[in-house]
Design a protein. Structure first.
Lengths: 200, 200
């Protein structure tokens, strides 16, 4: 039985494919869109298409960007001696938002995950090794996620990059600022103790 | 400072305008869309535009529909003696989903809300009165939401429609099926007692 007009059902089906949006959420979004002025809805639709058509992958750092090389790779103001390695482009954007890191990036486009059959050769690791070899990089900061796959990847990168005499560091794991000890898992607590710094 | 490529920022801004979607949610959706194949993203974009271009308002019941008169108003299989009055088209679709009601609908396109300055003349009440006068309607079932505005509207409709000698009924308010007495507010509990039915 078909309750919705066909075009409305199609829109709900498309919206349901988005992450975190179920039947109820999709219905709510669809009715919201129907009520909005035509030009607002058009600008959403255009923005969706534009992002697919205009976003490229930077051939140097593999990040999503509007130009190749990307804004960061082509900037002379960035510190070319430090490369921050992240799993995905969004991790890079989040670090950029922080505004504290002024080095370069390298996006792995994933993470070593034996359970999902993803090995080092499936990631942009070879090109990272090449970059480290042929540029003035002194430190590689590994900012993969602090979970099992991220740690595996960090260990692997440490192993292959240390050969080149470059410093390999890992972002700190510890209690989130504003968090409370009692709500943190034991592994995080252990990492917080291991990574303690002297107060001066 | 601009962290995201321009087209990506535009998409995130557009997605943030959707109900229940904040900055983080919009970023998550945007990155999801970037990773999806082009044709899938195109079909979402097309569905958004199609729904705006093809959805009409039925001139009889005021529901969102692909044709005018809508599928229900033009059907000879529906019971023309009962009209269910709802606030919005989505309420109609939800009732249709239930599959138990076989009558017609009338969408008010809103609800009487003195606090928002919405009076009876802002709603499709005049056309409901006309429909009741000029059709074989025997019962008007008022299915506005059981909140203050919905109840106000129900009382108003009862007053103006009773003149025509038509039966005006109100959907039952009570404990939701699967709910528990202790979690229900007092007014709902009172309505559940008032609306009790004899067990036979």
């Amino acid at each position: 039985m078909q309750y919705y007009p066909e075009v409305l059902r199609q829109l709900i089906d498309e919206l349901k494919k988005l992450p975190g949006i179920g039947q109820k959420g999709a219905e709510r979004l669809a009715f919201f869109l129907i009520k909005r002025p035509h030009e607002n809805v058009k600008s959403l639709s255009d923005a969706i298409i534009a992002v697919k058509e205009k976003i490229k992958i930077c051939s140097s750092c593999n990040a999503l960007a509007e130009s190749d090389p990307c804004r960061i790779c082509s900037s002379s103001k960035r510190d070319a001696e430090r490369i921050c390695v992240v799993e995905e482009s969004n991790d890079m954007f989040f670090i950029e938002k922080m505004g504290e890191f002024n080095g370069m990036y390298h996006v792995l486009q994933g993470v070593i995950s034996p359970i999902n059959g993803i090995g080092p050769s499936d990631l942009k690791i070879e090109s990272l090794i090449e970059r480290v070899k042929h540029s003035p990089v002194k430190e590689v900061i590994i900012a993969t996620n602090p979970n099992m796959d991220g740690e595996t990847t960090a260990l692997y990168l440490h192993k292959v990059l240390s050969k080149d005499g470059v410093k390999v560091s890992r972002i700190a794991r510890g209690i989130p600022v504003g968090g409370e000890l009692e709500y943190v898992d034991e592994v995080t607590l252990m990492k917080a103790f291991e990574g303690r710094t002297e107060m001066k």
